[in-house]
Ligand binder design. Sequence first.
Ligand code: NA7
Length: 538
Amino acid sequence: MAKSQNIKSLDAIIVGAGFAGIYMLHKLRKLGLLAKIVDAASGVGGTWFWNRYPGARCDVESMFYSYSFDEDLEQEWEWTERYPAQPEILKYINHVTDRFNLRNDIELETSVKSTVYDENNSKWIITTSGDINFSARFCIMATGCLSAANIPDFQGLKNFKGRVFHTGKWPHKNVNFSNRRVGVIGTGSSGVQIIPEIAKQAAHLTIFQRTASYVAEAFNRPLDESEQAKTKKNYSEIRAAAKKTFGGFTNVANDQSAMDLSLEACREKLEEGWQAGGNSLMVAFNDIADNENSNMRAQDFVRDKIRQAVPDLELANKLSPEHLIGCKRLCLGTNYYETYNRDNVTLISLGKEGVEGLNADGVIVQGSIFEIDDLVMATGFDAMTGALSKIPIYGKNNVSLNDSWAAGPRTYLGLMTYGFPNLFIVTGPGSPSVLTNMLPTIEQHVEWIAECIEYMDEHNIRVIEPYLKSQDDWVKHGNEIASKTLRYSCSSWYLGANVPGKPRVFMPFIGGMPAYREKCSAVVAMGYEGFKLSKNTE
Ligand code: NA7
């Protein structure tokens, strides 16, 4: 329990100093609320604070992986590359923190030990690792979707005598791999980015691959001033148009089925998409993500690209995925497949069962030992619920969030969950979040929450909580849409399939950004339909 002599009373506590928490603090301050952020890290940045591995880079274009809430900010900031590298993103978020004078309300190196709802006073009591605990009317979880590292329980890991890293918890000091034999487990987005970088340095790099990934060439490049100026001139129009697309991205899908064209004409369009870089391949047609035959055409196209990049046919085949493209998140890379042509790189295909374990000298696969000096786990995250599940959160009747979500997360709009009044989640499960460009998505959530709090204060409302029925209906609606999509059929982190024992539930809302935004606005227009609002006197 909280140390009563050290409880600071606030209007709102925000957990997490990433893009969501920083903007939330700014918005609440504007409303005149007393609010603070707590974060376990020693700096702001959230996911981008921790994921500082070599090659870490965002797979959304920098000019649109940025805040839009302040025109001066968006006009003054200069990006240097098409896709921003982690240090540049961190510099940007630090700049925003200082520009809006937010730092004095951010408690760093302070982790939340528990968050307990005091029903008598309608307040959240937040116990921290620091000297001060907090009580606040509102608790806002800005804990991120990809922030809890997934560290598999490899047998014998503790016996391994070399250095061990996880991409999502990378050390702050420079890690030198020169003259080292390095092993990387994991070939998702993080593995795809770090593998070419380590290969350039290490004496030898062995990659342990459980599932091959589809990797589109990013075609990253420097951004010159004139290109930025052109975008900045039309920033609001471009951003507004992006919000009308499924994922909130700037590249609009070609409104044509891949099956409407001859194979040759289809391939020409796919090539155009490939050359445009990034996820343009996925929007070369409007049905790659939905129609199995169209998907197969895109799969074949990428498998041919792999064969062109890797002349050794056996190796190319090992690198060629067999699952649906886009079912797991499409990776963006730079010379990823070509890296396997190097003499100092070896690919080990694991069976479905994965790595057998480790001993003092290295990684064991089907009885063979691969000796390494350093192990890099690029094994991803306990996505969407992992960061929340690590904090003991107790709501009404002392029910924990983990118990409440034992069969999978349940929310109304991804914003709130039944039994946990005045507790908001930014980009929670049940919202489009990770299927979209996170920045406009975060902004929409933060603005919805701030508007809601303002409405409550104006109408003398003390407590907001979703009705169980509205939550059940929302979860059912999300599941109905998801179950009809191709994405539902893959063992992806969207479904929690990467974490042993995690319930298999498609966590993000897959109905698209426009439908979701419309629903959120309609709920507000109807006086917060689906939420129970209790007045101060009740
Ligand atoms: P991902 O995409 O979840 O990738 C993790 C990788 O690690 C993937 O190749 C996994 O294989 C592999 N993995 C996970 N556990 C194991 C075990 N136990 N044994 C062997 N291999 C394993 O995480 P990332 O960090 O790359 O990217 C996450 C998101 O961050 C990304 O989608 C972007 O949005 C940014 P699997 O595919 O499960 O067979």
